[in-house]
Write a protein that binds this ligand. Sequence first.
Ligand SMILES: [Ca+2]
Ligand SMILES: [Ca+2]
Length: 411
Amino acid sequence: MKNKKSFVIGMCTLFALSTTLISCNDDSEVKLANLNVSINTSESFSGVSTDNIYVYLENTTSQGKDSVLTNVDGVATFLDMAPGTYNLSCMKSLTAQEASEASGYYEAITLNGTKSNISLFGGVDSVDELVLDGKPSSSLVIKEFYYSGANDPSWGIMFKDQFIEIYNNSAEVVYADGLYLASIVPQRNGSSADDVISTLSFEEFVYADKIAQVPGSGTDNPIQPGESIVIAFDAIDWTDNGVKDFSVDLSSADFELYAIDWLESLGRTGSTWFDLDNADVPNMNMVYLNVENYGFYSFNSTGASVAILRCDETPSEIITDPESSDSNPIYYTKLNVADVIDGIDMLANADAGAYKKLPASIDAGFNFVEGSSYTSLSVSRKVAKTMTDGRIIYQDTNNSSEDFEAGNVFE
Ligand SMILES: [Ca+2]
Ligand SMILES: [Ca+2]
């Protein structure tokens, strides 16, 4: 901070009303001002350290700027400032780890605190406050994923009750319109002794065998902060036939995965046994199914990886699985890792890490449910923080080993 000694002003009449000023002679010396600025954090970032942060004080007339570091109590003290009007500001950059510990949002973020047009009066010690806050861009997260299928002894449900829940983890409205939901492959996940580890590179691209898209023109499907949407494979009340201890009621799902009409429009055939259509639940727009006939958009019940994405153009680049045979080629659509908003690797068991198909930038770990398929177990994201208004922020460290836990889907 500059060392301010005195501030002489000719227009002393400006300050004539201040009782703290000394008498006003031709070259009178105007008393200077002191200011203590306390830095606090918004509720979202409570716990972030406020010491050793530069606080800037800018004179709105001269644009002269001073800066002072906060002490261990988060207070910056400006001494001997000229009376006048000032703008206050401070900022602090958090690493992804620091942001995660404070807020639950795992991404590097810059917090800012500003206040405009504060007045300093000569001879008066003032106090003020700045609140550090920031808006994370990570907004939609996979909150719950149920791929395993129902532990239903009658085998009436199988995996028809699969669903995924996508949650708005931010403080802003997010529109689901146009969001892509991709089943990430290869499906080999360590559940079979015949599974081979893929030779595909998962750094820049990931690969899908099924892609669907949330319908809408941009603002038709708002997700409020702390709210979510459920996308069901078959939007049926699966608890209806005395099987409520095994499954869930999906009849009020927000969207449904239904492929038959789309397949038939392409001259292909769907599956009326597995793929049901609740007329009251809007259908996702089908984009890609790698099975020519009798296909449907479900998830692999022995362990499924999934991603949500936003893409500038509809993904359309097809590749062949290098581990598939010439006589029975398996096709995938290539997706840019940079387009992925959230994704999780759910594999067969604790020993299946070699079958990961998402890069560490999206999911540094993996998770699973005990027993693999037909367990009535889903994986759910852990709670990171509950705001005073009740809004929950879910833990998102881009590591499903840490962020998710398995539990009964019907509880
Ligand atoms: Ca369906
Ligand atoms: Ca429907």
